[in-house]
Structure formats: C-alpha cells, structure tokens
Design a protein around this ligand. Structure first.
Ligand code: ZN
Length: 153
C-alpha cells in the first residue's frame, strides 16, 4: 500500500510541476471561475463544447496548491470527449472516491476513474477534499454557463 501511495504522490507532484492543459484558451465557448476559500485555490476553466454537446477541449489557469493544480490537470485530460451526463456521473464517482472509506464502492469508483484514482489518499485529509474537488465544481458551473464563481463552500 505504501508503494501505491508513493506512486500516487509522484503522479500528483508531476502534474503540479508540469500541469497539462494549462493556460487560457481563446477558442473556449464555456468558462467558469472557481474559488476554494479554505486553501486559497483559484482557477478558471476554459471548455470547448461542440455541437453534439461533447467537451472537445479543456484548459485551465489560476493558482492553487499542489492538490488543486494536479486535480485540474488530470481532470482536463480526463473529460475530453465526454458529455455532460458522463461528466456528472464522473463527478459523483470522484466525490465517492475522495470522501468514503476504502471499500467495495471505492474500488469500483477507482476502476472507473483510472488515473484520477491517485486522489484516493485525499480522504485521509478532510481539508484537502475541497482542493481536489474545486475543479469539478468549476466544471459544473462552466457547463451550466453560470456567471457566478463556483465555491467549494
Ligand atoms: Zn488547495
């Protein structure tokens, strides 16, 4: 288990250091801002949603802690090609993964979430859960076309 932990930590640190899909995207047709006041994480999400309602591209920028940056980096990779319904389901799964104790539900969620399973360790640090889920709240706001800043509170 500690080897797995180390691996997870390595992935998170790598995505924090070299975030994927980082930077404003002028061609985005949906954007939203998110703020996690507890930690001070701030991010803006840029989505390109095509005519068939699929997310064809996703970028983000802003500043936050390692967990929030890595989460946004992995999420923007993961949601490409997905529909709104698929994203809602993934958000539920991700929320289960980071909040419920290890068990069968969790394994199922982890299998579905692939690389995003690296955040399963966050459940041991309740303060960090909001860092990991901020980008997902922001994603939901962007898909809603909400002009309000998404809050984790
Ligand atoms: Zn944070």
């Amino acid at each position: 288990m500690s080897e797995l932990r180390d691996l997870y930590q390595t992935v998170i640190l790598d995505h924090n250091k070299n975030p994927r899909n980082f930077g404003a995207d002028a061609s985005a047709n949906r954007t939203a801002e998110g703020h996690n006041p507890i930690c001070g994480d701030q991010l803006r999400l840029y989505l390109v949603v095509d005519d068939s309602k699929r997310i064809s591209d996703a970028h983000f920028d802003g500043s936050g802690c390692a967990i929030s940056t890595a989460s946004a980096s992995l999420m923007t990779d993961f949601i490409k090609g997905k529909t709104r319904e698929e994203v809602e389901q993934l958000f539920d799964r991700f929320h289960d993964l980071v909040t419920t104790p290890p068990g069968e539900d969790n394994l199922e969620a982890a299998a579905e979430l692939g690389k995003l399973a690296v955040f399963s360790g966050v459940r041991d640090y309740p303060m960090r859960i909001k860092c990991a889920t901020l980008c997902w709240h922001t994603l939901r706001a962007a898909l809603d076309d909400s002009s309000e800043v998404a809050q984790t509170e």
